[in-house]
Design a protein around this ligand. Structure first.
Ligand code: 5GP
Ligand code: ZN
Length: 113
């Protein structure tokens, strides 16, 4: 499948990986929008949050757990951070493999652009 995140998961293209287990990988965004900008990605190819169903929704618990751990490791658990899932064209999703952006290390304005 022509999916850049699947290629990272298969180690076909390199990434700056900060966490990996059997179900989830997390790596630094190639075009960071904040001092800390990580992508937390299920290893199973799920196109978007709209593809979550009873067969795969357990992965969301796992991703939240990884996000908490990465927030602690990056010392942004107390200061705060933003966990973002862009979905579809209007949501600004450019990679059609579900991923959570973990953004922190600066104040996040609201509303987002
Ligand atoms: P989206 O726009 O789909 O919400 O987020 C996709 C993110 O993936 C973007 O922030 C983009 O910078 C990042 N990205 C795209 N291609 C690569 C890549 O090859 N490696 C890494 N590390 N990040 C990528
Ligand atoms: Zn994929």
């Amino acid at each position: 499948m022509d999916c850049i995140f699947c290629k990272i998961i298969q180690h076909e293209i390199p990434a700056n990986t900060v966490y990996e287990d059997d179900e989830v990988i997390a790596f630094k965004d190639i075009n960071p929008q904040a001092p800390i900008h990580l992508l937390i990605v299920p290893k199973e190819h799920v196109a978007s949050i709209m593809e979550i169903n009873d067969d795969n929704r357990e992965i969301l618990n796992k991703i939240i757990q990884v996000a908490q751990n990465l927030a602690r490791q990056n010392n942004i658990d107390n200061k705060g951070f933003r966990l973002v899932v862009n979905t579809g064209d209007d949501g600004g999703q450019t990679v059609k493999h579900l991923h959570f952006h973990l953004l922190g290390g600066r104040f996040m304005t609201w509303p987002p652009g």
